[in-house]
Write a protein that binds this ligand. Structure first.
Ligand code: ATP
Length: 440
């Protein structure tokens, strides 16, 4: 199996089984956008909830935020995005196709038609829009290219409401928009994307300790969500290549089938953002210690792309093997991210007493664990394969023994493990706990 095969197979599975669809597909799509279907949405929500639990609710030094996507244009003038959030663009002199210069192997020849490429220029990736009824320059606003600034501009609000002790952080999950020159590789490079970001405020001399703590926490996250650590690498960015606001950055890179590329970033942003906003807005953004010392906090920023997380989780889970002598494809999700935690089947669909018992068990489970599904299509073997393909960790079958045909087995069901295909009999009363323990 070649690498290209994996992406094709994954994209096709994702579409066929309702994870991810091309955006606006019936109109021919819109480049750089994808829509999450029912199972993709469930997977995404599980991932975002886990992140929120680990990094916001699970800590007492973190505060959650949900800032507006549209912000005063001055925010982006201050940060340097309006002037400089750009990638190098080259255009073919003949076919007029545009490319990102730093992604071309040969910067002189068009990779599509072989003609000469024009000169390199900077292309700004901010997506602009107009806000309000006036059509003059004062109405220009931008769709945020990162969630980060929504937290910096609210730094003072949070301080005033909560008086947090140093160090503390803000966390936010939300959409961001970048007019990427060449969106590509499925949900890797999008024009509409989602981020989970943290701005962690520290005393200036404490940044190294906090940076290390977050580096470790980001590694733990990979395990929590089921991203294969063996093909994830921490890459220290060369000081010469650092963004203008950063004094140290580590990229977490993942071996995607199309190459080793960025998954997440961890950056030490110094006091760049708060100091710039304080100067431009004339609002004091210093922190006042109990002993009266004032300073502008420095910032450690762990930044996670939601869509790249989903891609890395899907690629880590995608497995082909043989079970019972026939090949199968399945998603080996950790139960905590699996969109469906368990599926309940009646052994036979045309036996009302089996169906009634199975429905009863299904509805009882669903009250406690909402992500439980009902499946009575085709035979049990087909149902197993279908559930394997969407990564359901447990399949529960209600048979005649459940009804008491064999008195000893009354009120027991079979529960099948997705990865091994092994089945065991457990009592119906144990089911909720068994599944709840697995998805913790
Ligand atoms: P790249 O070098 O791949 O363009 P970046 O360095 O510009 O990424 P950051 O600005 O650090 O990315 O953004 C933080 C995170 O947001 C990235 O680590 C990634 O997970 C995600 N991200 C950034 N751009 C995109 C995009 N176009 N599509 C999907 N996710 C993205």
């Amino acid at each position: 199996m070649t690498h290209d095969d994996t992406m094709e197979k994954l994209i096709s599975l994702a579409k066929r089984r309702g994870f991810i669809y091309q955006g606006s597909e019936i109109y021919g799509g819109l480049a750089g956008t994808y829509d999450y279907g029912p199972l993709g949405t469930a997977l995404k929500n599980n991932i975002k909830n886990l992140w929120w639990r680990k990094f916001v609710n699970g800590r007492d030094d973190m505060y959650g935020m949900d800032a507006a996507i549209l912000m005063n244009a001055r925010v982006w003038e201050t940060t340097g995005h309006v002037a400089g959030f750009a990638d190098p663009l080259v255009e073919c002199t003949k076919c007029k196709k545009r490319f990102r210069a730093d992604q071309l192997e040969d910067r002189t020849k068009c990779p599509e038609c072989g003609s000469v490429l024009g000169p390199e220029r900077q292309f700004n990736m901010m997506l602009s829009t107009r806000v309000g009824a006036m059509e003059d320059s004062s109405s220009v606003s931008y769709l945020r290219p990162e969630t980060a600034q929504g937290m910096f501009v609210n730094f003072k609000n949070v301080i005033d409401s909560f008086h947090p002790k140093m160090p503390f952080g803000l966390g936010q999950i939300g959409k961001a928009f970048r007019n990427e020159i060449t969106p590509r590789d499925f949900i890797f490079r999008l024009r509409e994307l989602e981020q989970m970001e943290i701005e962690y405020f520290v005393r200036p001399n404490d940044w190294e300790r906090a940076f290390e703590e977050w580096r470790v926490a980001m590694g733990e996250w990979l395990d929590l969500v089921g991203i294969n650590r063996a093909i994830t690498h921490e890459v220290e960015i060369d000081p010469a290549d650092l963004a203008h606001y950063s004094k140290r950055t580590i990229d977490f890179e993942f071996e995607y089938p199309f190459g080793q590329k960025e998954l997440y970033g961890l950056a030490y942003r110094t006091d760049f953002d708060l100091a710039s906003h304080a100067k431009a807005s004339s609002v004091d953004l210093a922190y006042l210690e109990e002993d009266g010392t004032r300073f502008v906090p420095h910032v450690i920023e762990p930044s996670f792309g939601v869509d790249r997380t989903i891609l890395a989780v899907l690629l880590s889970a995608y497995t082909e093997d043989e079970l019972g002598g026939s090949p199968r494809t399945y998603l080996k999700f950790h139960p905590r991210v699996a969109p469906i935690k368990a599926a309940v089947f009646p052994l036979l669909k045309n036996k009302p007493e089996l169906v009634a018992k199975a429905r009863e068990i299904y509805l009882t489970l669903k009250k406690e664990i909402p992500q439980v599904a009902w499946d009575d299509n085709g035979n049990v073997g087909k149902r197993y394969r279908r559930q394997d393909e969407v990564g359901t960790p447990f399949c529960i079958t209600v048979d005649f023994d459940t009804l008491g045909e064999n008195a000893e087995l009354k009120d027991t069901v079979t529960i099948r493990d997705r990865d091994t295909g092994e089945q065991k009999r457990v009592s119906v009363s144990e089911l909720t706990n068994l599944i709840k323990t697995a998805i913790l």
